[in-house]
Design a protein around this ligand. Structure first.
Ligand code: AP5
Length: 227
């Protein structure tokens, strides 16, 4: 199974991709997460991309494409498959991905697009928090901790992601509308696109995706446990 997960910031790409990767036993590749880890580790790549990610701009295509091609070339992606979360995000990225996959004879199985209204995206993103110590995700609106501001697991302080300021969220949504939305038509024309209502409850979305991929809905219980 080789999947691409499309959707605006806050549509739930990361949430669904993590569950689907476990359900389908494929590699989960999140370009945003690769960048955040590199920024945290102060690598050369991290220093290069920090300014872009924190202000809500896209990292230049040449940097992202090289990273994804390197990751897709590893054994786990070749043998088990993958789910791409946050890539491609521009038409040139999608064209580069097509070219690479064609050369490697690894065609995409499906492109899943999560559709969510802007006001819900704003509420999800402004409410998102993670533990500064163990990095578990919370949401003060949709998935609150038992004690306000504290991680249920380790008691660490809950903090905002660096790009979840209101200014950066607004910029990310504008960039998404201008640069990433055209991918809807790009993949529709290739007959690869499956659109899913991303405003429902997390497990209901997972179930709908698995159904649309022709996978047993019995695995929905496993998806529910994973949440
Ligand atoms: P990235 O990490 O990909 O961020 P994003 O696209 O802005 O998406 P988010 O992670 O904010 O949201 P999501 O859709 O994954 O939703 P999530 O599941 O977290 O990229 C970050 C930055 O890196 C970019 O801005 C850019 O600078 C750079 N970058 C990355 N890829 C790039 C590329 N290809 N090219 C160029 N630059 C690139 O959910 C959000 C919140 O909602 C969470 O709190 C969650 O708990 C909650 N939630 C999720 N689903 C539901 C639900 N169904 N009901 C209620 N709450 C829900």
């Amino acid at each position: 199974m080789r999947l691409v997960m499309l959707g605006s910031p806050g549509s739930g790409k990361g949430t669904q991709a993590a569950v689907l990767a476990r359900e389908l036993s494929v590699a989960h590749i999140s370009t945003g997460e690769i960048f955040r880890q590199n920024i945290k580790d102060r690598t050369e790549l991290g220093m290069k991309v920090k300014q872009y990610t924190e202000t809500g701009e896209l990292v230049p295509d040449s940097i992202v494409i090289a990273i994804v091609a390197d990751r897709l070339g590893r054994d786990d992606c070749r043998t088990a498959g993958f789910i791409l979360d946050g890539f491609p995000r521009t038409v040139p990225q999608a064209a580069a991905l097509d070219e690479w996959l064609e050369k490697e004879e690894m065609p995409l199985s499906r492109v899943l697009e999560l559709r969510v209204e802007r006001d819900i995206l704003m509420r999800r993103l402004t409410g998102r928090r993670h533990c500064a110590i163990c990095r578990i995700d919370y949401n003060i609106v949709f998935k609150p901790p038992r004690t306000e501001g504290r991680c249920d697991k380790c008691g660490g302080a809950l903090v905002l992601r660096a790009d979840d300021s209101e200014e950066s969220i607004a910029r990310r949504l504008d960039v998404d509308a201008a640069k990433t939305r055209p991918l809807h038509q790009y993949y529709e024309e290739k007959n690869l696109l499956t659109t899913v209502d991303g405003s429902k409850e997390v497990t209901a979305i997972t179930v709908e995706i698995l159904e649309k991929l022709g996978r047993s809905v019995a695995s929905a219980s496993a998806a529910g446990r994973a949440n």
